[in-house]
Design a protein around this ligand. Structure first.
Ligand SMILES: [Zn+2]
Length: 595
């Protein structure tokens, strides 16, 4: 996700904004020693343990462990996603966010796309009032029971019949044909379809949405990024969405999320339904927290987005077979993101009903009562698995464990996973320990054997040399200049050495990176979490000078270890039949001199 915005821009941004100003605008800070402090906005407390460091450009709470950069703060505090947080900071700093060229749009063009899409949305809305054929649409909406107010909240419009409505209005002809630049804009926005050569000529295009009720899809900032269109009659497809464009990504966007947040900034749950009409009709009945994916299954990215806003997501599916299969896919995607403070539940509708028909019969109260009875993820998990195996048969339990294994592997370690494991143990009449052993064994045996070793290597509870060096680098990135030669270090077979060398190489190339910029670089990588843990540790040393001495000492020791290791290898080789090459002989001589 971070890939869409160039890393260099993130670095510049992190260097330009001051985290103290950013946080202070949400949570008033006061000076406390070298840093700034406040009562933590992420947990309840009476005395301040939330600390913001201007020097490091990090925040950290000693109470609940929340921590991060200015970008991370906006994501956590204001429920923004990464891209939104970057845009927010950039606008504060007066910087323009560049758009990745890989997506074929230049900055200028994609800025225009938002404008263009917004204008087209307005045009469609006007057509709903003014077009000679709009009466049919209004009748249709009225008959569904939709009020003008809700239609207005969701910006519902009408795309008139005809193949060149948009070209005529938005790319009017100049002499010969339609304006080329404007036509291209409409194509890039997904509003026109370009005819291929085979279809009778390049350079010709026609309206994608014709004679449809139009639902503008807005991003969380309220900008129109695409459309969904529903037919009035029996044409197919019944629903048509904008294609992927520079500004519209289906796997990421949720219809109705902007409107839900707008109606209530402090949402405590979201309801995921299938279509735009469901979202809008639920809103009509005062359930203003429904969202819909756009013709795709719920992705992990969707879920990550939703859980950033609310602690609970309720999925609403048809009760039929297709509905249960879709629910199972949603569950599989939910497992990796679910955990502490994040709950998912599943609600299945009676046969033949959809949210629209049900809320019309039962009103808000009845519908919400059903929602209150939605089954928790763990229950659905076991019910669905149990449906697939015969628990009466001898190997039924083994099959159950076998099927649960890959799913459990996806989950974060924590209370929730523990709960699932103990429930699985209950069902299979095993003890939790036996079950854990069973889960760790089987096909994943190699993996399981590997893990304890890693943990034991740091059992002395003393920070390793590698860890010390990395921690110091995060606090004083300029120390990288004193690191000296790297090739030998790379030879060292110790946990974290690869990461250390990577940091040193990066800092050699880009010496002005701050610790916060380093954390942002590693945001999407697995080591990122480890780095932020080290970054928030207090370094009890006298400023950069003391840190420098410690750093050089740590690297010196690592280099000695690497030399000793290399010597061993060369000596062994010199005694073998292969013998040493000339290069290796001189290397050996040199190493002898050094140790
Ligand atoms: Zn806290």
């Amino acid at each position: 996700m971070a890939g869409r915005i160039p890393e260099q821009f993130i670095e510049e941004l992190i260097a330009r904004v001051d985290i103290v100003d950013v946080i202070d605008s949400f949570v008033p800070l006061r000076k406390g020693g070298r840093d700034y402090v406040a009562c933590c906005p992420f947990h309840n407390e009476k005395s301040p343990s939330f600390t913001v460091s201007r020097e490091k450009q990090f925040f950290h709470c000693f109470g609940c462990g929340a921590h991060g950069t200015a970008i991370g703060f906006l994501m956590d505090y204001d429920h923004m996603d990464f891209v939104e947080a970057v845009h927010e900071l950039a606008s504060r700093a007066g910087m323009q966010v560049p758009v990745d060229q890989g997506r074929q749009a230049t900055t200028a063009l994609s800025l225009d796309l938002y404008q263009l899409l917004g204008d087209v949305a307005q045009f469609y809305r006007r057509q709903l009032k003014e077009h000679p054929q709009s009466q049919r649409v209004i009748e249709y909406l009225k008959q569904r029971g939709l009020s003008g107010g809700t239609a207005g909240d969701y910006g519902i419009g009408f795309a008139p019949p005809g193949w060149d409505t948009l070209s005529q209005v938005f790319a009017p002809s100049q002499g010969g044909g339609a304006s080329k630049t404007l036509t291209k804009g409409l194509i890039d926005a997904g509003l026109l379809i370009e005819k291929s050569l085979a279809d009778g000529g390049q350079g010709r295009s026609y309206d994608r949405f014709r004679d449809r009720v139009m639902f503008p899809i807005r991003d969380t900032r309220g900008r129109v990024i695409g459309f969904g269109g529903r037919v009035l009659g029996d044409d197919s497809p019944k629903y048509l969405n904008s294609p992927e464009t520079a500004v519209f990504h289906k796997g990421r966007e949720l219809y109705g999320l902007y409107e839900a947040r707008k109606s209530n900034r402090k949402l405590d749950r979201l309801l995921v339904v299938e279509g735009y009409m469901d979202v809008v009709m639920l809103a009509e009945h005062n359930i203003r927290y429904a969202v819909a994916t756009l013709g795709t299954a719920t992705t992990a990215e969707h879920l990550e987005r939703m859980f950033r806003q609310v602690p609970e997501v309720v999925f609403c599916f048809d009760g039929d077979r297709a509905g249960r299969e879709a629910a199972w896919r949603a569950l599989e995607n939910a497992l990796p993101v679910i955990g502490q403070g994040r709950q998912a539940r599943f609600m299945f509708l009676p046969d033949g009903e959809d949210p629209d028909s049900l809320v019309r019969q039962e009103q808000q109260n009845g519908f919400e009562k059903r929602m209150a009875n939605a089954v928790p993820l763990s229950t659905f998990f076991f019910d669905a698995l149990a449906e697939r195996v015969d628990l009466q048969s001898i190997d039924g339990y083994a099959r159950l464990v076998e099927m649960a294994r890959p799913l459990l592997v996806k989950m974060q370690t924590g209370v929730f996973k523990q709960e699932i494991i103990s429930r699985l143990a209950e069902r299979t009449s095993m003890t939790a320990q036996d079950l854990m052993r069973e889960l760790a064994g089987g096909t994943g045996a190699g993996h399981a054997r590997h893990q304890p070793q890693v943990r034991r290597s740091t059992k002395a509870n003393q920070p390793s040399l590698v860890r010390i060096a990395i921690t110091l680098l995060l606090h004083y990135p300029a120390l990288a200049q004193q690191a000296g030669e790297l090739p030998l270090l790379r030879e060292l077979d110790r946990p974290g050495v690869g990461l250390l060398v990577e940091l040193l190489e990066l800092l050699a190339e880009r010496p002005h990176l701050t610790g916060a910029a380093l954390l942002e670089r590693w945001r999407d990588r697995e080591e990122g979490r480890y780095l932020s843990q080290l970054a928030m540790q207090e370094v009890l040393l006298e400023g950069q000078e003391g840190a420098g001495r410690e750093f050089i000492a740590a690297l010196g020791k690592l280099r000695d270890l690497a030399k000793a290791r290399r010597l061993e290898v060369l000596r062994a080789k010199s005694q073998s039949t292969a013998g040493l090459t000339d290069d290796e002989k001189s290397e050996l001589k040199q190493l002898h001199g050094g140790v």
